[in-house]
Design a protein around this ligand. Structure first.
Ligand code: GLC
Ligand code: CA
Length: 575
């Protein structure tokens, strides 16, 4: 059936349609994939030391295959002092002992292959750990040496260089510069770290840095990974001369999305790096992909996914649109439009390891916690039921969109953030660097509950988990939900199965104008109408067969407040 005939067939049922995006016929598994983010330290702890490990991932993979995702993305498991939960890498080509060994990784890859799951790993090229051999060599070498030139060392300003070289701030709070003691024992130069002081930024003006990362790419490609999620992919190149910046540390302006005005983000030369990487991936065949974690606004995001650069980029504007129907509509329209123009698929995402989980974010009427700040016991508390109901609605809505979708481990269980985390257990550097003013991201990193009857809810059978699992996780445990047909988990399963069967990931998108009101949003993908009601009042549904709904089917032909439905408008046999 052509787009035209679908549109005329569905128009009668769904009212006027505004077509934004045509069905996607280009090759490439990733264009419509559902990719599940595994956060290794919180997934499953097989050796019982309280921290998730690679063997635990291997053990859990059948559950992910059963959920019917296409790929998993693993957050960093490399050698690391774990000052930023592994985003501070001291050896890019080895597994940290807390997670296992390279042998464990190979076993996990074999199991993923057996199950038909692809594996994407996290590449952290903006900075490494201060324990990385290259940084240790830089500390031991004098100013101006090739060792120092791997990083961004500068003399201080002010009398005797006592002040940082410029006014840049770290993302995690405090100055973005730290002064070192030189090989002679005297106060010496300063080095740049956009994140924690234990995460020195590499100098991407130096070809030796390029060569090192090309080696790292090949190392993991040779081990069979399907690609890389590229950490802070907008930050690698800094503006020449490192000019002062008066704006926010994330590069944002008060009215705009982060990451394009500031001298530490979005510099044009970044794109040459990704073009070179793309050539390397292409040597390994057309199935290996790069996905940018680039916090930039939508028109600019398209620059990261031009045909000779990366394959996809996270759609953070979508995550930030929350449940605001006007913002959602404009972000979806803009995403599909600007990405179609460069031939790239859009991605969609609601949660990850850096933001409050959407089941908690959506438990607030009005503004909830700021990204990365977390929720503590003293803060206004989210309404758990409301949050979970709206999270189901938002997920069902997102998974109806054409393009690729990223899921964050535990969202299929409708998990909320952990709130009662003792301060002494908090590990996000944000907490310490802001003197506790910002709690940080530990709340969304709490370990997963696997089975209600086991110690630590089946996360691990040994020591206390590195962060406590809230009591409420018991009834949300995977085994409880697997046995409950109306559970969040079973909604995800049905949704992913239907999405695959209907080919929605490769489908089209037309706004169903009659259903796009100030408090509801509806679109047609192929012959499926996806409709989300955010009004306080129930909404009478249009005609059509109900395929899936995110809440209680008891409400009959009315869509409850905070509910999404998938309706089949045209049966396949009308062809
Ligand atoms: C990215 C990661 C985040 C990390 C930061 C520094 O934003 O997602 O977890 O702290 O980069 O590597
Ligand atoms: Ca472990």
């Amino acid at each position: 059936m052509s787009v035209d005939s679908v549109i005329s067939a569905t128009a009668a049922l769904a009212g006027p349609l505004t077509l934004i995006h045509d069905a996607d016929k280009a090759p490439g598994w990733w264009r419509s994939a559902v990719i599940y983010q595994v956060y290794p330290r919180s997934f499953r702890d097989l050796n019982g030391d309280g921290i998730g490990d690679i063997a635990g991932i291997t053990e859990g993979l059948p559950h992910l295959a059963d959920l019917d995702v296409d790929a998993v993305w693993l957050s960093p498991f490399y050698r690391s002092p774990q000052r930023d939960a592994g985003y501070d890498v001291s050896d890019y080509c080895d597994v940290d002992p807390i997670f296992g060994t390279l042998g464990d990784f190979d076993i996990m890859m074999a199991e993923a292959n057996r199950l038909g799951l692809r594996v994407i790993v996290d590449l952290v090229p903006n900075h490494c750990s201060d324990q990385h051999a290259a940084f240790q060599a830089a500390l031991a070498a004098p100013a101006g040496s090739p060792e120092r030139d791997m990083f961004i060392f500068r003399d201080g300003s002010g009398p005797e260089g006592h002040e940082p070289p410029n006014n840049w701030q770290s993302h995690f709070g405090g100055p973005a510069w730290t002064r070192v003691i030189g090989p002679d024992g005297q106060p010496d130069q300063w080095y740049l770290h956009l994140f924690d002081s234990s995460q020195p930024d590499f100098n991407w003006d130096n070809p030796a840095v390029h060569a090192e990362f090309e080696r790292v790419l090949r190392f993991w490609l040779d081990r069979g990974v399907s690609g890389f999620r590229v950490d802070v992919a907008h930050a690698l190149v800094k503006a020449p001369g490192l000019p002062a910046w008066g704006g926010r540390a994330d590069g944002g302006s008060s009215d705009g999305f982060p990451g394009h005005e500031a001298p530490m983000f979005g510099q044009p030369a970044i794109h040459d790096i990704y073009r070179a990487w793309r050539l390397i991936l292409d040597e390994y065949g057309p199935d290996r992909i790069l996905c940018a974690e680039a916090s930039v606004d939508l028109p600019r995001l398209a620059h990261w996914v031009r045909p000779d650069e990366m394959h996809q980029a996270f759609n953070f504007p979508y995550l930030h649109a929350g449940l605001d129907v006007y913002r959602l509509r404009s972000v979806i329209t803009d995403s599909l439009t600007v990405l179609d123009a460069v031939g790239a698929p859009s991605t969609w995402v609601l949660s990850n390891h850096d933001v409050v989980r959407h089941a908690s974010r959506f438990g607030y009427n009005g503004s909830g916690p700021r990204d990365g700040d977390g929720i503590g016991p003293a803060d206004q508390q989210p309404d758990t039921e409301l949050g979970r109901r709206r999270a189901a609605a938002a997920s069902l809505f997102m998974l109806g969109l054409p393009g690729a979708a990223y899921l964050y481990q535990g969202e299929e269980l409708g998990l909320p953030d952990g709130i009662d985390i003792p301060e002494g257990m908090r590990q996000d550097p944000t907490f310490a660097r802001t003197g506790g003013e910002r709690l940080g991201r530990d709340g969304c990193r709490v370990p997963l509950p696997w089975s209600a009857a086991e110690p630590h809810l089946g996360f691990g059978s040994g020591q206390q988990p590195w962060l406590p699992l809230p009591a409420s996780f018991k009834e949300l445990a995977r085994d409880v939900q697997a046995a409950t047909p109306s559970s969040h988990l079973n909604l995800y399963r049905r949704t992913l199965a239907a999405r695959r069967e209907l080919g929605l990931g490769r489908g089209s998108l037309a706004w169903a104008e009659e259903w796009c009101t100030g408090s509801s949003l509806g679109f047609v993908n192929g012959t499926t109408l996806v409709l989300m009601n955010l009004n306080h009042e129930p909404l009478e549904m249009p005609a059509g067969d109900v395929l899936l709904r995110s809440a209680d089917p008891e409400s009959g032909h009315f869509l409850a407040s905070g509910e999404t439905v998938w309706l089949q408008l045209v049966r396949g046999d009308t062809e």
